[in-house]
Design a protein around this ligand. Structure first.
Ligand code: ADP
Ligand code: MG
Length: 555
């Protein structure tokens, strides 16, 4: 065996390890899941190589090697998790285990830094860990020391030679050459005294069944296979239990919560697709966390082709978590061919249409649940309405707003609005973008609508203006801003004592030339006001929020 060389962890990694080890993580057992999922990822990579390698000999493994083997020794407080996956080279051991490579861990550290200065309170640390999971490092919640033996599948070293990475999780790790290492990775954990339960066969069996039943490779404990389930998405619709869905969701999302909604979808024509989609309870673009990666993975006959595949759904649907399995997708499809693959575009069209239909069905069948979904994800729908022109109508259909005729808090969609439009409204749908319901209620723009009894949709976000202007029409009706609407009160003009046409003009001119010269460019008579003496119109037909939005986009 070679001499061990000691290395320091990257500063950020050290910090993460401290938080993980010290946090009040109530669910310590999830580290087993993290390690098994790493093993499963490595096996996926190996199987993929094996199926696509021109020269199969180098990558070829017996089925018996494509497994995750777990064993334990209660007396020695030892737990071993071994896989026959792709393995890691010396450099990869350093890169993957010595610093924060993983997006979840990175996001975690960013959020920790975003909090109050100094060390975070342990309760908030554990809640944040609970949301992300921190992969390999979670092992240090239970480990006194860890040794990782690994040999890469394409290693040029003599048979059996690999590397050993070891650490006690306190600032440094060491690396040495090792012999008798099989292709793949073996993680050997010496458990802390207070974590001895993880060297109990009975307990491990329970944990593995609970957290790893979705793994597509056999997971064995002392030779006995524990996971015999078909992957959830391959089962007939409705056959998978809520627990199975939850586990798959947690695996895909690296999350510890439960999906708020689940859709399983299967079709044979025009393309064979088996898929399952989850909407998480919340999205992760809050608190300055940056744009989420797509979270739907592409499989072909249970073999992972592309994790987090960007081509499967339009970018605005990136909050959706799921798996798409299509046997029509060739296993050796590359990143480049993927981008201009007509097949993937067709798959994407079918899936996007199905998801939109699903949300629309949900909105009708269970408005309360839809309201919850909408409150969390409206931001993405609106982004879609502004960017995904092919599906704009279907997306706008899903939008909901407060309105001048609906009670506070209740939301109205455009279809509902159209359903009760007054005939004299013609083909115009009115909306008002303002800051709040109170502001909308007090707005001078509303006076003419109140007097005529026309409903106006009230929107409180700047992007709403952009959405409506972008869409322009919906179901043959024009979307008109209440602020720009050319409406007059039936009896507005000609009231007793009103100024004549010429007098009005003269008054306007005088105001522009004199007292208001700095602020306005034109003063006109309005026939749309009931109580207010005046209302300010935006130059060029652009509303204030629209101008602010355009400025944001331009910069
Ligand atoms: P993630 O799995 O999300 O990338 P982890 O912290 O769990 O994050 O693992 C970090 C990286 O270490 C992995 O991306 C992978 O490259 C490598 N790794 C961990 N375990 C194994 C394993 N059993 N076989 C091969 N590579 C592994
Ligand atoms: Mg992992």
């Amino acid at each position: 065996e070679g001499e061990a060389v000691s290395h320091k962890f990257e500063a950020e990694t050290k910090q993460l390890l401290e938080i993980v080890a010290k946090s009040l993580y109530t669910d310590k057992e999830v580290f087993v899941r993290e390690l098994i999922s790493n093993a499963s990822d490595a096996l996926e990579k190996r199987r993929h190589l094996q199926l696509t390698a021109a020269d199969a000999s180098s990558a070829h493994a017996a089925e018996s090697e494509l497994q995750v083997k777990v064993s334990c020794d209660t007396a020695k407080r030892l737990l071993v998790i071994q896989d026959g996956g792709v393995g890691m080279s010396k450099e990869e051991l350093v890169e993957n285990l010595g610093c924060i490579a993983r997006s979840g861990s990175k996001a975690f550290m960013e959020q920790m830094k975003g909090g109050a200065s100094g060390a975070p309170a342990s309760s908030s640390a554990s809640s944040i860990i609970g949301r992300f999971g921190v992969g390999f490092y979670s092992v240090f919640m239970v480990a006194e020391s860890v040794r990782v033996f690994s040999r890469r599948i394409d290693s040029a070293d003599p048979e059996g030679v690999g590397y050993c990475w070891s650490s006690t999780g306190d600032g440094a790790y060491s690396l040495s050459r090792a012999t008798n290492v099989k292709v793949g990775t073996k993680v050997e954990i010496s458990l802390k005294a207070d974590a001895s339960e993880f060297a109990s066969q009975y307990n491990l069996e329970r944990i593995i069944r609970k957290h790893s039943s979705f793994v597509t490779f056999p997971v064995t404990l002392h030779g006995e296979r524990l996971n015999t389930l078909e992957p959830v998405w391959m089962k007939p619709k409705g056959a998978a239990t809520a627990e199975e869905h939850e586990e798959l969701y947690r695996h895909l999302a690296s999350a510890y919560d439960s999906p708020r909604a689940t859709l399983q979808f299967e079709t044979d024509a025009p393309i064979a697709i088996k898929s399952v989609f989850y909407v998480p309870p919340s999205h992760r673009e809050k608190m300055g966390m940056g744009q989420q990666e797509p979270a739907v993975s592409l499989y072909s006959r249970k073999v992972l082709i592309t994790p987090r595949c960007a081509e499967l759904l339009p970018a605005w649907m990136r909050f959706v978590v799921g798996v798409v399995d299509s046997e029509d997708v060739p296993l050796n499809i590359s990143r480049e061919t993927m981008q201009d693959s007509a097949l993937l575009r067709r798959i994407s069209q079918v899936l996007s249409a199905r998801l939109l239909k699903w949300w629309n069905e949900q909105a009708r069948a269970d408005p309360a649940a839809y309201g919850g979904f909408y409150a969390e994800f409206a931001k993405f729908l609106k982004e879609g309405a502004c960017t995904d022109f092919a599906r704009q109508r279907e997306i706008v259909k899903l939008l909901r707003f407060e309105s001048s005729t609906a009670p506070a808090g209740s939301l109205v969609g455009l279809d509902e609005y159209i359903g009760r439009m007054a005939p004299e409204q013609g083909d115009k749908i009115y909306y008002l973008v303002t800051s709040s319901r109170a502001a909308a209620e007090a707005s001078a723009y509303m006076e003419v609508f109140k007097s005529k009894g026309h409903e106006v949709l009230w929107c409180y976000q700047e992007i709403d203006d952009f959405v409506f202007q972008n869409a322009g029409t919906y179901e043959g009706k024009t979307l008109v801003s209440a602020a720009a609407a050319d409406l007059t009160l039936a009896d507005g003009a000609g009231a007793a004592g009103a100024l004549g046409k010429d007098e009005t003009k003269a008054l306007g001119k005088w105001m522009v030339a004199g007292p208001l010269s700095e602020r306005v460019s034109e003063v006109m008579a309005s026939a749309r006001l009931v109580d207010s003496p005046a209302v300010i119109n935006e130059a060029g037909g652009q509303s204030a929020s629209m101008r602010r939005f355009m400025m944001m986009v331009d910069q």
